[in-house]
Design a protein around this ligand. Sequence first.
Ligand SMILES: Cc1cc2nc3c(=O)[nH]c(=O)nc-3n(C[C@H](O)[C@H](O)[C@H](O)COP(=O)(O)O)c2cc1C
Length: 192
Amino acid sequence: MRFEIIGICGSIRLGSFNRKLLELADEFAGDQAHIDIVDLRQIPMYDPDAELLGTPETVLRLRRQVAAANAVLFACPVYYVSIPGVLKNAIDWICRTPEPKQRSSVLAHKPVAVLGGGGGLGSLDAQNQLKEILDALDANLMTRPIVDMSRIVDRVGDDGYLKKAADRTLIKEFMSAFIEHIGGNKRVTSKS
Ligand SMILES: Cc1cc2nc3c(=O)[nH]c(=O)nc-3n(C[C@H](O)[C@H](O)[C@H](O)COP(=O)(O)O)c2cc1C
């Protein structure tokens, strides 16, 4: 079985290094998984008043993609020791429960994992805050291994590839652990 993973990057910067991590994770997953990296630039600011008039189509599409996927992989840069606003905003939107009787969010029980890179201090503060949010949403979070790339700008070459073999190995190990984590998820195994 090939797992379908939605990749959500907390940076919408065109040359985002965190997006590169998702691309490498997809490459290293081989034929065991495919990561579809979504574009958060189309997601408007969360607005409860707009929501009352109807959830935007871009949000509905992203929510549907997440619901249909086997798992979600977040790439989380750090912005002032915290999770970037675009990422929190997307989570706020997609985790709203559209049906009054539907109490759990789209991320509930969904296998999820977080990796990321930042500046000199690394992305761990932001990653840990994101993990707290994912825990509150009852997602099935993989906690280890940790991929936190400080000074990521120095680690990614002009070709978009991680320069150090140790960094590439870490992403490979992370993806094999995540694939195992997804495979162990009750909902996935009961369907397959
Ligand atoms: C608004 C802003 C705040 C940042 N704050 C931090 C920070 O607190 N600690 C840190 O190590 N890097 C910080 N950085 C650096 C980014 O994490 C780093 O440039 C990262 O590569 C951005 O992700 P991207 O390459 O995927 O766009 C900040 C960058 C921006 C734009």
